[in-house]
Design a protein around this ligand. Structure first.
Ligand code: NDP
Ligand code: OXD
Length: 312
């Protein structure tokens, strides 16, 4: 392998196992935690790096994000030629499918109600709900959204999908673009958000859009907190138009102690855990991509290269 230097700059991440894994996968590469004043690196492995890192490393050829969402990276001032590469699944889509199916089925089958009954020693039945009355709309049909939409379809729910450009997936009724959004929402009762956070999608789940869901709608947000206008969501739950929400991501994380989501009886909160970065899979994917680049392959052939103009 040609001499290559890789800087590791990941906030809130224990570096040692990543360094050991990257060194084992890329023998001969120098892989070090970035410190101010460190020598120039060829590539970087990052999560929420500070602006100082980018400013001090103008010679980087590519930054590999150890997550799928690159909104935090695109908020930095980046040199024009620097390419960003995100995780392309790396074990996340199956976790997303599990999480969303769990939240959907828990709501649809009223398992919270049964749990409350059982806690009082009550043996009671609820009237079975019609699956056809619970069409599920998945916003974002990318690596994660496509897998989620198909997992939901396996349970025979009607499934709608919304993307920027047209996407065809078996068992999924496709809608696309701004012109398709209102029809997509009107056709859906349970809404699953798997959009990237971009200037076009920020605040997209607001009073107007959420009101367009079928009555008794339910939101499952597993993308980014800034997609949702929190007060609008709470007002629609409290008015009864929405039945509730399962939220994994928030505008401020950790979710502040005083935020009403914590205590709301119709809101389920989880701590940004719907699809975790899996270290072994991620290291293998990043190392394979670096090997391909070192072998002379053009970066645009790699899966997960970010289009900065598009924002994802
Ligand atoms: P992809 O880039 O593969 O997919 C993005 C999808 O969103 C595409 O279908 C794209 O449309 C669609 N899209 C983008 N912009 C718009 C728009 N303006 N209007 C309509 N559709 C749009 O991303 P992933 O599936 O890998 O990840 C999605 C997001 O999930 C990440 O950006 C991240 O924020 C979040 N995430 C959350 C995690 C968690 O633990 N909670 C973990 C991992 C990711 P098109 O197909 O036409 O390009
Ligand atoms: C991601 C995330 O974007 O963990 O991968 O949210």
């Amino acid at each position: 392998m040609p001499h290559v230097r890789i800087a590791f700059c990941c906030t809130d991440t224990k570096p040692e196992p990543w360094l050991a894994g990257l060194r084992a996968a890329l023998p001969g590469a120098v892989v070090e935690v970035w410190q101010p004043g460190a020598p120039p690196a060829d590539y970087a492995v990052v999560w929420a790096p500070p602006q100082a890192f980018v400013d001090e490393q103008p010679g980087l050829k590519a930054m590999f994000n150890i997550g799928a969402g690159v909104d935090a990276l695109l908020r930095l001032r980046l040199p024009p030629g620097l390419r960003l590469v995100r995780l392309d699944d790396a074990g996340m889509s199956v976790q997303m499918a599990e999480y969303v199916c769990h939240a959907l089925i828990r709501h649809f089958r009223e398992f919270d109600g049964y749990e409350a009954d059982v806690a009082q020693g009550k043996w009671s039945y609820r009237k079975p709900r019609e699956r056809s009355e619970y069409p599920v709309g998945v916003m974002g049909l990318g690596v994660l959204g496509a897998r989620v939409a198909q997992a939901v379809a396996q349970f025979d729910f009607p499934v709608n999908g919304w993307s920027r450009t047209p996407r065809e997936l078996p068992g999924v009724r496709g809608f696309h673009g701004a012109q398709g959004l209102n029809d997509f929402l009107a056709a859906s009762r349970v809404l699953v958000n798997l959009l990237p956070l971009t200037p076009d999608t920020q605040d997209i789940l607001n009073r107007d859009t959420l009101s367009r869901l079928q009555p008794g709608g339910y939101l499952i947000n597993v993308a980014r907190g800034a997609h949702v206008v929190d007060d609008d969501l709470l007002a629609l739950i409290d008015s009864g138009h929405l039945a509730g929400a399962t939220l994994d991501v928030f505008r401020t994380e950790p979710l502040p102690a005083a935020h009403p989501f914590w205590q709301h009886p119709k809101v389920t909160v989880t701590p940004h855990t719907s699809a975790r970065t899996l270290r072994t899979e991620s290291i293998a994917q990043i190392a394979t991509k670096i090997r391909r680049l070192l072998a002379g392959e053009p970066i645009d052939r790699l899966p997960g290269v970010v289009d900065a103009a598009r924002g994802y």
